[in-house]
Design a protein around this ligand. Structure first.
Ligand code: ARG
Length: 572
């Protein structure tokens, strides 16, 4: 039952020329429960209806039916305040959640539409660092949220597996590396070589030229360059996949930059034909002065293509392959200009779908104050971050609950969850300072806190089933919702009720933190209920109704956690 829709519909029936959809958007949740469960500020209608807000709210009050859904309606200072019938509200909501279960909060809003998510996209031979973690987490959450709302989603890992860095790496490898060290050291050794290249090139600038020529050889299909490149890619992918496995993330495509090698001639020719390419000292670029942007370089004077060139080819390829409704790019805000340029170029090429490309930028992550930079090599590697987090949780479990079954599995779920949740708990555009204390706090607004609350609900359910391992709600299907009229129960129910709206908000705003914050609110509301209202009491009607609420919270926490990529262990 969507109360806002219903309320808007009922009000619209009483007024000529007022659209239910417009009314719906005007309805608010009052900050104070004494002002009702829903409220309509009538000053927003007074112009259209040529009446004072108070006259409108009086009229709405007199016309609104207060039998089924709405228990009481008040007209106060031009506001219509609507109070739900608490019992009907509780009964409807619990029966919805208990029947929809792992679909509760979902919708078919996006049916028939495909959204491409370009996320994670680390660079081969450079480490997968905390910045890429943000892209991975945000992209994965947006993917899951859209999927839950009925969209067909395509997750693309646009690997940075092409570009001048390979020229540098080849030079570094040939000068200062060897096969065993790379086989054994993996990405770290590749990174060491990459860093060494920059150190040496500071002293011997000619090395840059040698590296450039190796990249050109690679682009032209030179056998040796190609073999080394493939090897570097495979070594890196093996390690990235370890991280994706740990995080439980899957991609539908790994078409990275190199995938577009043989797909760039056409768009480049098209740019030429459309008069968009300009020659500048042997290089080819698209001028964007008119749009207050610097030019975008497409072909270097040595013939090499660039990040931009491959992105133009990728956009066209994706439109052709997936016929996307939206193509979403998740990267750090440092790439804002790159995407503005890209979208403009595609628009100038005459593709009306350029408006469907969306950049989702995010702020920088710093770790104990240090800015993360690949070039200098002072990065904390992501797998190390995750491993350390899992270890810390393992220690906490050993201290608090050493006999717990599946300790290893739970330590992984909570340790990884802590990092992910921490990453997704503030507005994505804000810079994040990572702190272990904050991320692993079981009491604060953290992933472990939400997961722990979920496990607490599971534990009550198990006890209610005579201590069995089942967390099913064993009660009668018809719940006496009259037992849930107290404040704590009602506040928890209200949180449960807004879940679906929150999922949609997160989708429209492309903002997973809406879900993580919601989950903290729900967990807090549940914990207040849990402390105030003993659940496993003698009175069967009370017990049954409270258990139905516990089960509904458990379902909703689990659904919400899954949307942001966290697992929900049943025991912590
Ligand atoms: N590899 C890039 C980086 O690490 C991100 C790629 C984003 N996607 C794209 N289509 N440009 O910064």
């Amino acid at each position: 039952m969507n109360y806002k829709d219903e309320l808007a519909k009922q009000i619209a029936e009483g007024f000529e020329g007022v659209e239910a959809a417009a009314l719906r958007d005007m309805i608010e949740y009052p900050p104070n429960p004494e002002l009702g469960d829903f409220s309509l500020p009538c000053f927003k209608l007074s112009k259209a209806l040529r009446k004072s807000p108070q006259a409108i709210s009086d009229e709405i009050k007199s016309k609104l039916a207060t039998d089924g859904l709405f228990g009481r309606v008040e007209s106060v200072s031009g506001y219509v305040n609507v109070f739900l019938d608490k019992q009907a509200f509780a009964a409807n909501l619990l029966s919805t959640i208990l029947s929809e279960r792992d679909r509760y909060g979902s919708s078919d809003l996006g049916a028939g539409k495909t959204v491409v998510f370009d996320f994670s996209s680390p660079n081969i031979a450079k480490p997968f660092h905390v910045g890429h973690l943000r892209s991975t987490m945000i992209g994965n959450a947006l993917y899951r949220i859209h999927q839950y709302l009925g969209y067909t989603c395509v997750g693309v890992n646009h690997l940075g597996d092409w570009g001048t860095q390979f020229g540098k790496l080849i030079v570094a490898y040939k000068n200062w590396g060897n096969e065993t060290a790379v086989e054994e050291g993996g990405i770290l050794e590749l990174l060491r070589l990459y860093v060494q290249f920059h150190d040496e090139a500071d002293k011997t600038p000619e090395l840059e030229e040698v590296a450039r020529s190796w990249f050109v050889r690679l682009e032209q299909g030179d056998e040796e360059a190609h073999r080394l490149w493939r090897w570097f890619v495979d070594i890196s992918l093996k390690e990235f996949n370890k991280i994706y496995d740990l995080l439980g993330i899957k991609f539908d495509s790994f078409a990275g930059e190199s995938f577009y090698n043989d797909k760039m001639d056409k768009p480049v020719q098209e740019l030429k034909d459309k008069g968009l390419l300009e020659e500048d000292e042997g290089a080819l670029l698209v001028r964007l002065d008119e749009y207050n942007m610097p030019p975008a370089l497409m072909i270097k004077k040595d013939g090499a293509t660039l990040y931009h060139t491959r992105d133009v080819a990728a956009a066209i390829y994706r439109k052709q392959t997936y016929d996307f409704h939206k193509c979403v790019y998740v990267t750090g805000a440092a790439q804002n200009l790159h995407f503005q340029q890209l979208f403009k170029i595609v628009e100038l090429m005459g593709y009306e779908w350029s408006k469907d490309m969306v950049h989702v930028p995010f702020g920088q992550v710093s770790l104990e104050g240090a800015k993360l930079s690949t070039r200098k090599g002072n990065v904390v590697m992501l797998d190390e971050l995750l491993t350390r987090s899992v270890e810390r949780v393992r220690e906490i479990i050993e201290a608090k609950n050493p006999d717990m079954p599946n300790k290893e599995e739970v330590a992984r779920q909570v340790g990884v969850g802590a990092i992910v949740f921490n990453d997704l708990s503030t507005n994505r555009i804000k810079d994040v300072v990572f702190s272990w204390e904050d991320a692993l706090n079981f009491e604060g607004e953290t992933g472990p806190y939400v997961q722990y609350t979920h496990a607490r609900a599971c534990s009550v359910l198990r006890k209610s089933n005579g201590g069995s391992s089942s967390i099913e709600f064993g009660g009668a299907p018809e719940v006496d919702a009259g037992q849930l009229l107290n404040t704590e129960a009602q506040l928890a129910l209200k949180e449960l009720y807004i879940f679906g709206e929150q999922v949609q908000q997160a989708m429209w705003k492309l903002e997973p933190s809406i879900i993580s914050r919601y989950l903290v609110d729900l967990a807090q509301a549940f914990n207040r209920f849990y402390h105030e209202c003993p659940i496993l009491v003698e009175d069967q009607a009370v017990r049954n109704a409270r258990l139905a609420l516990v089960k509904s919270v458990q379902i909703t926490l689990r659904n919400g956690l899954a949307l942001i990529g966290l697992e929900s262990p049943e025991m912590i």
